[in-house]
Design a protein around this ligand. Structure first.
Ligand SMILES: Cc1cc2nc3c(=O)[nH]c(=O)nc-3n(C[C@H](O)[C@H](O)[C@H](O)COP(=O)(O)OP(=O)(O)OC[C@H]3O[C@@H](n4cnc5c(N)ncnc54)[C@H](O)[C@@H]3O)c2cc1C
Ligand code: FES
Ligand code: FES
Length: 1338
């Protein structure tokens, strides 16, 4: 073929600026290109796999045929730059900024308090911006749909939705509780005495004229269709883009193994995460035939290149064009497509790519197969029409397409008379998640009859490829559609779905039961259809209809109540008022600088870590000779290169920075490769060969650790009263247990470091994302064998931390510093999401056992707890976590005889560390579970047992600290009232009587949470305040800003103390150079400690200024400052706060480990689908005693964010390890944190009025950690719903529901007819022992 090849490079625009890229590297994605090459760092990198939306960018193109411009949100991390020819790219920097003009999308998320750490914010902004470009009048559904692919770990999403709801014309008002509008998003009305969290009056209007115009040059380029082949050669890969179908077929004949890259959502992931390399890639995006859509009388033919979004539009049109009875397949497909990935994925992922990828849980293929769809395969040798059915898919990622064939189009036939198609999908998260199991089912009935002419049932997610349930179909065909027929089919399904106990993906019983329940749902839907058609007379019974009704999903505006400041407080004094996060606008415009946004410096190297692939082994040899030969690789750093201390010591145990002789978990760091680019460093790391000699006796589970007595010491115990006697005196005794899984921090910004050797006197500058700069400074100094005064740590801000950026950060920074030391060059290390999840550990999984004694009236007389925490291979903070577990084991309950024992278990898993709550969320779940069991045992309601046993008067804790629980009791009463608990409990009972397969549950959970560090010295803080001659003030303090709003509150403090507007105060960074010997920003103590230190410094300065103020009482601040300077008054002061003298004596088992307690109570209600375990949180009401809030918007943000993180912990987030200790869940694809779809539909927060706290600044209270546990109210509401389902099944009394209460666990616990069938079918355990499951129960 005579090939006409272009060589004038890629032409595209970025934010209105033309880019000509002569030699683009096909392996480069748009995101790194923008960040590194164009220095547009507003768009963030977080997961790299299309799963989080942090990298959302808008790509616009002109279509010369329709003369229209399309705007698509895409994930920059998966978008190859070579796809960009002729496109206009808009990034967050291109739509507005703080210097000239903000875009309303940026302003509203910031002002509505929807940006905390801000790392997700540019992505949110760009998703919303793209929506508005396409639809300036969106509905709330449009907004939640467009944000479904964007994750946020901080906010809990409510403020983001409320901010963007302001773009909806009809959504700002609701009639939630009847006729009066008492709820307006983000506020109460002025009349009822509540101020607004944000004002909607002064928001910028949406002004399309502000948007960049589409470049005319690109229009011209699109009109002058360029048909020539494009070819780009990179370092390793060649990209060929044919201009015509013939050229495409020729290329496929020439390079049959070369994949076609369309959306790059399969190929991109394979190359990035599975290490699959393609030297040649064919990009057929300019071949028009692949995008053709043909509407015919028998159906619609869709080009294989159409994206999911295109397909959605096509189907919506087709559904309108056909009579409803012919549209069943179209509607079933549309239902699935709407839920494929997030909007960004649907905009690029193609129909052809989805089919050709042939992965087993595609949402489309079961429906296409059931719906009798066909496809056209094309090659130079001709065309084939093939049915999409079980014979098309040969196995995992394999089809019968020949290597030289392409998929041209897919034909979707209209359904015939009496032919019905339905689609089903079960997902671990309601949106933006790959299905656990899905199905397409079709039945064709005889005319005016219920006799089945044809049936087709396909499942996805139960094997290597889609599965046709032939046995079940055989039992149905030719028979009437009725219960007896279906009963035979359910039994036959067991012959179709044969899942091995070790089947990849696990959840074997659940998946098998789902195949049955989905068929049951189909059965009911067909019965409903037959009744509508008058073929049968009987309605689907009322109580059964709940099986086919969808769960509610409409998000209502929430209510946030807080106290107004006193009327006489000056307008300038912002303490107590909602105030936007001080960096929110910078975060929303992409101007906020995170560690990896720092510019590259000359000669800078990038570091990649080599980790252990063995759980327990001797290292026999490390061979990095091949790595050193690779392009760009500069050096390999091993433990031998560390000039100083090679380990960190935690609570008496050493942790090596880099393993030398032995590894004790998969993921342990062994060495590091430094190279001139990230890609080169990663290739270098992959080329390092580590040889091992396996060691026996791996310990993974808590049972194994207990059996082998593998513990980190000391083990603690605490006891009050006489537990044995209390148990003896009790009228009933019950023993129970619960297991709580671990949790990944999933901060959106992964661990990031830049270490710069100054080149003089061994000085090192460390820029990083840490909660504890001083600790890193010490670690780096010790590692390099230099004094601390040569190392300065700089923390501008963190993109989230949640406890995960304290200890592990110091180790990673030390390794990076060792590389910078050895090479003498700046070294940058930014962990990939998967590495971060593997290496840095998370929350400890805990096994809690208890024995409880109680009276028949519900009063608990004694409780004995035993906790085992899976600490992993290194101690880290595990012993301290185990201690904190014991300090909070009582939660809010006054149990006279109480004992707790805890053990930090050493296993061969990656070592766990601090995580928001530090063990408390685990131990409180244990006691609440125990209370539930007491209630179930007595046949009483859990809330009655909770209330009866709660602390009510001034009391002593089990460690003999006196406290007054008055505000706990007030929170309880107020939450009961605000949530209208007793009425709703009755309504729920009624609902549950009327519905067999959907059950509702409600719970109300209290917390008492101690604030402060039991290690007294950690409660101190210092600050440094400078006033410059122009009157502007620079405040430095020891706390790190990680989204919790610390700097904003500090600004409020300084403003009040100096009596100046907050706008005069700036906080630049946290640096060990300005404030030395700082304590970690943790334990919800940041504002308490640093606020006091800043207050001290400001008061010193204010007092120093008194003489000048007196001389010129009417003068301005600026005048006074200038005069003070001229009079030689120092305008700089340090402040210091000694902190509370807290301690805990573990020998005596008593102490005062906390300064005070934060109290809260939360009520949640859920609706559960018992057949699938899916649930929705219908409503959550939270009442929190936070003293007098310094900043209600920030505190409410913390409460909602922590609740949502707790909801994730207790109901969704599951870490899975293989039987050999390998973490499977290494990204948002496998590990699901809450998304927009998980926000309670009605989410209300009330700050308790009339509370004050003498122990903290301005009577406030710490809030970051306590309310995480409130997420457990959703867990217990699910348990309540399950209890109702079990009651229908004749099961009463306590039952064990482990955390997280995933759909799998909730469904199996419901003991429905189908889960029981599965259990009955299970083979008895063979004598040789059970097969090894796919994942460990650690
Ligand atoms: C974050 C994320 C979430 C996702 N969520 C879902 C989900 O919820 N449900 C779901 O079903 N899927 C989901 N997917 C998968 C996604 O739908 C598929 O990856 C996508 O459809 C593949 O299309 P593509 O255009 O990106 O294919 P590419 O990655 O470009 O190509 C994939 C493969 O298909 C081949 N191919 C592509 N087009 C053709 C053609 N015309 N002829 C022959 N071969 C071809 C290529 O050679 C390549 O081997 C998700 C993917 C991601 C990354
Ligand atoms: S970084 Fe691109 S989706 Fe997460
Ligand atoms: S603000 Fe969303 S991740 Fe931090």
């Amino acid at each position: 073929m005579a090939e006409q090849t272009r060589n004038d490079g890629l032409i595209f625009y970025v934010n209105g600026k033309k880019i000509v890229e002569k030699n683009p590297d096909p392996e480069t994605m748009l995101l790194p290109y923008l960040r590194k090459k164009l220095r547009l760092t507003g768009t963030k990198y977080s997961c790299g796999g299309g799963g989080c939306g942090a990298c959302t960018i808008m790509v616009s193109r002109y279509d010369p045929q329709t003369k229209s411009i399309s705007h698509l949100s895409v994930n920059g991390c998966l978008f190859p730059i070579c796809h960009l020819h002729g496109a206009a790219v808009t990034t967050v920097e291109g739509i507005g900024n703080t210097k000239t003009k903000l875009h309303p999308v940026q302003e509203r998320i910031a002002k509505a308090h929807g940006s905390q750490c801000g790392f997700c914010t540019p992505g949110m902004v760009m998703s919303m911006y793209t929506l508005l470009r396409n639809n300036p009048h969106p509905t709330l559904d449009d907004i939640t749909e467009c944000l479904a692919g964007n994750l946020c770990r901080c906010t809990g999403y409510r403020p983001i939705i409320d901010g963007y709801r302001t773009f909806c014309e009809s959504e700002n008002c609701c009639l939630l509780n009847g006729s009066t509008c008492n709820v307006l998003n983000g506020n109460g009305s002025a009349e009822n005495g509540h101020a607004e969290l944000f004002s909607k009056d002064d928001l910028l209007p949406l002004d399309p004229s502000q948007d960049l115009i589409f470049p005319p040059e690109l229009m011209r380029m699109a009109e002058d269709k360029d048909q020539s082949i494009q070819r780009f050669c990179g370092e390793r890969m060649t990209w060929i883009s044919p201009g015509s179908l013939d050229e495409l077929l020729q290329l496929k004949a020439d390079y049959p193994q070369a994949p076609l890259v369309m959306g790059n959502t399969t190929i991109g992931l394979d190359m990035k995460f599975k290490g699959i390399f393609h030297p040649i890639i064919i990009s057929p995006t300019r071949v028009p035939e692949l995008f053709k859509v043909n509407h015919r009388s028998e159906g619609v033919c869709v080009g294989a290149g159409c994206s999911m979004s295109d397909l959605k539009s096509v189907l919506e049109k087709t559904i309108n064009d056909f009579p409803p009875e012919n549209t069943h397949t179209f509607r079933a497909l549309l239902q699935q497509i709407n839920l494929v990935g997030g909007q960004q994925i649907r905009n690029v992922a193609t129909l052809g790519g989805n089919i050709a990828s042939a992965y087993p849980n595609s949402d489309l293929t079961p429906v296409l197969a059931a719906g009798r769809c066909t496809l056209v395969a094309l090659s130079k040798d001709g065309r084939r029409r093939l049915p999409i059915d079980k014979d098309f898919f040969l196995g995992f990622a394999k089809t019968i397409l020949k290597p030289e064939e392409i998929l041209l189009s897919v034909f979707i036939p209209a359904t015939r008379q009496n032919e019905i198609v339905h689609a089903f999908r079960h997902v671990p998260r309601k949106e933006n998640a790959l299905a656990t199991l899905n199905a397409g089912m079709r039945v064709w009935l005889n005319d005016n009859s219920n006799v089945v002419k044809e049936i087709s049932i396909y499942y996805g997610g139960v094997g290597a490829t889609i599965l046709s349930a032939d046995h079940a179909c055989q039992k149905i065909v030719g028979r009437p559609w009725e219960e007896a027929t279906l009963n035979d089919a359910y039994s036959a399904l067991f012959d179709d779905v044969k899942l091995d106990p070790a089947a990849p993906g696990g959840k074997v019983d659940f998946r098998r039961s789902l195949t049955l329940s989905l068929l049951f749902k189909f059965h009911l839907l067909i019965l409903q259809y037959l009744k509508e058609k008058d073929v049968i007379q009987m309605e689907v019974p009322q109580e059964m209809q709940s099986a086919i009704q969808p769960l509610p999903k409409r998000i209502l505006p929430g209510y946030q109540e807080f106290q107004n400041v006193l009327e006489d407080q000056s307008a300038q004094d912002l303490v107590g008022r909602p105030m936007m996060h001080r960096s929110a606008l910078s975060q929303a415009t992409g101007e906020a600088v995170y560690c990896d946004d720092l510019p590259y410096t000359d000669g800078e190297l990038v570091l990649a870590i080599v980790t252990s692939s063995k759980a327990h082994a001797k290292i026999t040899h490390i061979d990095f000779s091949e790595a050193l030969k690779l392009p760009g690789v500069v050096d390999v750093i091993t433990a031998k290169d560390i000039p100083g201390k090679k380990f960190r010591t935690f609570t008496g145990y050493d942790e090596e920075l880099l393993a030398e002789d032995e590894v004790s978990c998969v993921g342990q760091m062994i060495c590091a490769v430094v190279a001139d680019s990230k890609a080169h460093a990663k290739r270098g790391a992959a080329a390092v060969k580590v040889s091992y000699e396996d060691l026996q006796d791996c310990i993974f589970t808590l049972e194994e650790a207990i059996e082998k007595e593998s513990f980190f010491l000391p083990r603690r115990q605490i006891e009050r009263g006489d537990v044995e006697k209390g148990l003896r005196d009790a009228e009933q005794v019950y023993e129970g247990e619960i297991r709580i899984g671990g949790q990944e921090h999933f901060y959106m910004e992964t661990q990031s470091f830049l270490v710069v050797p100054v080149g003089e006197e061994k000085e090192m500058k460390v820029y990083l994302s840490t909660q504890h700069p001083t600790y890193t400074q010490e670690a780096v100094a010790e590692t390099l064998g230099i004094p601390s005064n040569r190392v300065t740590c700089h923390v501008k801000r963190l993109g989230g931390a949640f406890g995960g950026k304290v200890t592990k950060t110091a180790i990673l920074a030390s390794i990076t510093a060792a590389a910078a030391w050895k090479t003498g060059l700046p070294v940058r290390c930014v962990l990939e999401r998967g590495e971060d999840m593997l290496i840095t550990g998370g929350r400890h999984p805990v096994w809690g056992k208890y024995k409880v004694g109680f009276m028949k009236n519900g009063r608990i007389t004694a409780a004995d707890f035993q906790y085992y925490a899976n600490s992993g291979n290194k101690v880290d903070e595990s012993v301290l976590v185990a201690e904190k577990i014991l300090l909070h084991l009582d939660n809010a309950y006054n149990i006279p005889n109480l004992r707790g024992r805890s053990a930090a278990c050493r296993t061969n898993l990656p070592s766990n560390t601090a995580f928001r709550g530090f063990g408390v969320p685990q131990c409180m779940l244990v006691i609440e579970s125990m209370i539930d069991d007491v209630a179930l045992q007595l046949g009483r309601l859990p809330e009655e047992i909770r209330e009866m046993n709660m602390y009510k008067q001034v009391s002593l804790t089990h460690y003999k600290m006196e406290f007054d629980p008055e505000n706990l009791v007030r929170c309880w009463k107020e939450c009961m009232e605000k949530s209208d608990f007793s009425h709703r409990r009755k309504a729920i009972d009624l609902f549950n009587q009327q519905n067999q397969f959907k059950k509702r549950g409600i719970s109300i959970i209290p917390i008492k949470y101690g604030i402060g560090f039991a290690e007294g010295f950690l409660n101190q803080a210092a600050a440094l305040v400078h006033i410059y001659k122009d009157g502007s003030v620079l405040v430095s303090h020891g706390g790190a800003e990680m989204g919790q709003g610390l700097h904003t509150k500090i600004q409020q403090v300084a403003s009040r103390e100096l009596n100046i507007p907050a706008s005069l105060i700036h906080i630049s960074e946290t640096s060990t150079q300005c404030v030395p010997n700082t304590c970690p920003s943790a334990a919800s103590f940041g504002t308490d400690a640093n606020g006091m230190a800043v207050q001290d410094a400001c008061q010193i300065l204010y007092n120093r200024l008194e003489p000048v103020r007196k001389k010129d009482p009417k003068g301005t601040w600026q005048n006074w400052i200038m005069k003070a300077f001229l009079e030689k008054i120092s305008l700089s002061a340090t402040g210091y706060y000694r902190g509370h003298d807290l301690d805990m004596d573990w020998e005596k088992q008593e102490g005062r480990p906390y300064a005070y307690f934060t109290y809260a109570v939360c009520c949640s209600e859920v609706e559960l689908d018992c057949l699938t375990g899916e649930y929705r949180t219908l409503r959550t009401d939270i009442v929190v005693d936070i003293g007098r809030s310094i900043n209600p918007s920030i505190d409410i943000g913390q409460i909602e964010g922590a609740f949502t993180q707790g909801l994730g912990l207790y109901t969704m987030e599951e870490l899975k390890y293989s039987p050999s200790g390998v973490l499977y869940t290494r990204g948002p694809g496998q590990y699901k944190i809450p998304a927009v779809c998980d926000v309670p539909l009605n989410f209300n927060v009330y700050l308790l009025a009339g509370s004050s706290n003498p122990h903290a600044i301005y009577s406030s209270k710490g809030i970051g950690e306590p309310t995480l546990f409130l997420g457990s109210s959703v867990f217990f509401a699910i348990k309540d719903a399950v209890t109702a389902a079990r009651k229908d099944a004749g099961l009463t009394g306590p039952f064990q529901l482990n955390s997280p209460a995933t759909p799998e666990r909730a469904c199996l616990a419901c003991a429905t007819r189908f889960t029981n069938m599965v259990v009955a079918q299970n083979e008895p355990v063979s004598t040789s022992g059970p097969a090894r499951p796919w994942a460990l129960d650690i």
